[in-house]
Design a binder for this molecule. Structure first.
Ligand code: PLP
Length: 379
C-alpha cells in the first residue's frame, strides 16, 4: 500500500469541493468518462435481457459463449481479424480489470513491466500491487509519443515479463503507425515479453481515421493480446464490459487468475454488449462526430490563446503544452484557483507527462467553450 503513488487528483479534488461548497460553478475537463448516454437500442436489449431468468444465475467465467462469439464476429466485421471464440477471447469486467489481473498471471516479485512513460495508471499500479517494478518507456513529442521500448536497459529486459502500449493513446491522444506496431511485436518476440495493446479508443477516430487492431499484423498473436472495451466505443463506462483477445496461452492464464477471483459479468450486461457490437454501428460514427466537433472547438480556442497542442486523430482528449513558466501541477492549480476549471495535470499519468495538461472532450460544447474562455482570462 505504501508503495502506491499518491493520488495526484487528491489536492485538486479538495480544492474543488471547497469551491463547490461556496456555490462556485466549477467546470471539470478532468474526467475521461463520456457525457452522452448509452444508445437506446443497447438499453432496450438490456431491459429485455434482465427479464430472462437464465441471466439471473452465476455468469460463465470466461463469458457466455454467445458473448465470446459476438466478440469474435465484431473482430471480423471491424478489422477482418479471425479469432477463436473459445480459446482467443475472454470477457472482462471492463478492461481495467483485465489489466490489473494480468499482473498476478505474469509478474513475480521483482519482475519488470515496460509501461508507457505516461499512460493509464493501472499499468503501473497493477504491478506495484504484486511487488513488480515498472520501467517507464520515454514518450516525447519528437517520437510522436510512441513509447520508446528500444532504450530499455538490458538488465531490465532480463527481468521483464510484460509490455503495455495503447494507441490511440490516453493521455497524449497520439496514434501509432503500422511500423511502430511491427517493431513492438518484433521486440516482444526477441525479449520474450507478453505485449498488451490496450485499444480502449479503437472506435474514436477523427477525419476518417479508423484505428487498427494490432492483431491485423502478421505474428501479432504469437506474442500479443489486445483489450477492447464497450466503455468509450458505445458510451458504456458504467456497464463494465470488455474483452481480451489474441494469444491463447495468455488468454488462458488470465482466465485462470480471474476464475479464482471474480465470477464473471452479469449475463444480461453481456447480452446488451452483444447488441452494442452486432447491432447498428452508425452510433459509433455519431459518437466520434461529437468529439471531433469538440476537438476543433478546443484546438481553435487554445490556438487563439497561444497554448500549443497537436490536433488529435482520435480519443476523447486534447494534450496541451502548459504555458512558459509553469509545470503541469502548477498550471492545473492556477486554472482551478483562478478560472474554476479542472484540467488533468500531465504528470499524473507518468514522468513523460510533465509539461502538459490533458483536456477531456467528454464535456458539453458550451461548457468546453466557457472553460477555455475562462482559462484565457487568467493568462
Ligand atoms: C478508459 C480506459 C480504460 C478503461 O476501460 P474500462 O473498459 O472501462 O475498464 C482502459 N484503458 C484506457 C487507456 C482508458 O482510457
Amino acid at each position: 500500500m505504501a508503495n502506491l503513488p499518491p493520488y495526484l487528483f487528491a489536492e485538486i479534488d479538495r480544492k474543488k469541493e471547497a469551491k463547490v461548497a461556496q456555490g462556485i460553478d466549477v467546470i471539470s475537463l478532468g474526467i475521461g468518462d463520456p457525457d452522452q448516454p448509452t444508445p437506446d437500442h443497447i438499453v432496450d436489449a438490456m431491459a429485455k435481457a434482465i427479464r430472462n431468468p437464465a441471466n439471473h444465475r452465476y455468469p460463465s467465467y470466461p463469458g457466455a459463449k454467445r458473448y465470446r462469439e459476438a466478440c469474435a464476429q465484431w473482430m471480423q466485421n471491424r478489422f477482418g481479424v479471425d479469432v477463436d471464440a473459445d480459446t482467443e477471447v475472454l470477457a472482462l469486467i471492463g478492461s481495467k480489470e483485465g489489466i490489473a489481473h494480468l499482473f498476478p498471471a505474469f509478474v513475480d516479485v521483482g519482475d519488470y513491466t515496460l509501461v508507457p512513460g505516461c499512460g493509464y495508471p493501472v499499468y503501473h499500479t497493477g504491478g506495484i500491487l504484486v511487488g513488480g517494478i515498472s520501467h517507464f518507456m520515454p514518450m516525447t513529442e519528437q517520437n510522436d509519443f510512441l513509447a520508446d521500448f528500444e532504450s530499455t536497459p538490458e538488465d531490465v529486459l532480463a527481468r521483464a515479463k510484460m509490455m503495455f502500449i495503447s494507441y490511440p493513446n490516453n493521455p497524449t491522444s497520439a496514434i501509432a503507425t503500422t511500423d511502430y506496431f511491427e517493431s513492438a511485436i518484433a521486440f516482444a518476440r526477441e525479449h520474450d515479453l507478453l505485449l498488451i495493446h490496450d485499444n480502449a479508443y479503437s472506435e474514436i477516430g477523427f477525419d476518417g481515421y479508423r484505428p487498427p487492431s494490432i492483431l491485423e499484423l502478421p505474428g501479432a498473436r504469437d506474442v500479443a493480446i489486445e483489450l477492447f472495451s464497450c466503455s468509450k466505443a458505445y458510451n458504456m463506462t458504467g456497464w463494465r464490459v470488455a474483452f481480451a483477445t489474441g494469444n491463447a496461452d495468455a488468454i488462458k492464464a488470465l482466465a485462470t487468475v480471474k476464475s479464482n477471483i471474480d465470477s464473471g459479468i452479469f449475463t444480461a450486461v453481456q447480452d446488451a454488449a452483444i447488441e452494442a457490437m452486432l447491432g447498428p454501428q452508425d452510433v459509433v460514427a455519431g459518437i466520434s462526430d461529437i468529439y471531433q466537433r469538440r476537438r476543433d472547438l478546443v484546438i481553435d480556442a487554445l490556438d487563439a490563446i497561444g497554448m500549443k497542442a497537436r490536433k488529435p486523430k482520435g480519443t476523447i482528449y486534447v494534450w496541451a503544452h502548459v504555458p512558459e513558466g509553469y509545470d503541469s501541477a502548477g498550471f492545473a492549480t492556477k486554472v482551478l484557483e483562478e478560472a474554476n476549471v479542472i484540467v488533468a495535470p500531465g504528470n499524473a499519468y507518468g514522468p513523460s507527462g510533465e509539461g502538459y495538461i490533458r483536456i477531456s472532450l467528454a464535456t458539453p460544447d458550451d461548457r468546453l467553450a466557457e472553460a477555455i474562455e475562462r482559462i484565457k482570462n487568467t493568462l
